[in-house]
Design a protein around this ligand. Sequence first.
Ligand code: FES
Ligand code: FES
Length: 398
Amino acid sequence: MRNITLTVNGQSVTAQVEPRTHLADFLREHLALTGTHLGCEHGVCGACTVAVNGEIARSCITYAVQCDGAEVTTIEGFDDDALMARLREAFTTKHGLQCGYCTPGMLIAARDLVRRFEQADARLIREEMSGNLCRCTGYMGIVAAVEQVMAERAELAALPPSQATLGPAPGPAAQISGQDRQPSAPARAAEAESRRAVPTADLEEISEEGLITLEQSFVVDHPPAEVWEFFGNLPQVARCMPGAAITKVSGDRLEGEIRVKLGPITAAFAGQGRITRDAAARRATIVGQGRDTRSGSRARGRIVYVVNDDAHGGTRVEVEIGYALAGTLAHFGRGGIVIDLANRLTQAFAENLKTRLAGGDTQTADGSAPAALDAGGLVWSVLWERLKAALRRLVGGR
Ligand code: FES
Ligand code: FES
């Protein structure tokens, strides 16, 4: 058990929790805040969305211990929030809910959207809300409700500070204590810009706390010394990974980006990393962080790989990946689907590596960067494989 102290809806809370307790269970079962709903518990549906330190987060994939010292706001904490009141009203008049199960998460995500964008048409609203699923399929009403509040945005911005919380998130404690101050338009623009900017923080300070880790390995029919040497050329390595590119290498520092298609969303994470290579152990560690400049979603992580002898004379590459995603795209960050995706990515990488070690090229015909990974397509093929496996189990393995 671990002791944690956090602020929930403006109240300080101290509790003992198991390290495995996720925030949603903590809120619902320890604090009886049942407005936070649980749907998939895999970070996919968005029913459990809350705000942590002013940014929306999925409480089913956030451990309670990760929130030690944080400020958490659940749907109950937005009772007196002027913008949330407008959203509730719009959801009612535009019929933006049926059973209401998704509604707390929808409202918190919608509030975040209205604060981040000066303008948003139906297409952008659908894209931004695509991480929140409604099983009653009431999307038309939801989109219409958010559109209506977006149209009222100028009016909301003119509300007295104590009634409006547009702009960068003030802490929940500030809202409750009445110390909320409406940031000026330039301050909001600067905040929006900083959310989109590629992080430049000191790489030494990247926290490895709370990383989700997974392990992969693959074998190639080339000697370890050759593979290790190949891995020393980072731009060449990046060409083996769909959608990845290294744009700058300076000493142990590197900059690059990876483009991923996630269903209707195209994300381009740009960031920086630092690599440490131990030639004697043929082991390297890369730590890095990046940001999708469009959605503002952030990623940080660590990759450790070891180049070992394989029993059959080739090379076994062991890879440990630790990662954390925050922001709009965080729902793609966990669960068995991610492990399946990592397996497929590793396979693609290993195949491209073999091609390049054999003297071939993995670039596109026109010499441009490798095509972006279409994770949306992979997700569906993964789900299809899972469905087939479940059906096989149902019919007794036939
Ligand atoms: S319960 Fe579905 S995202 Fe958390
Ligand atoms: S209103 Fe029923 S799940 Fe969305």
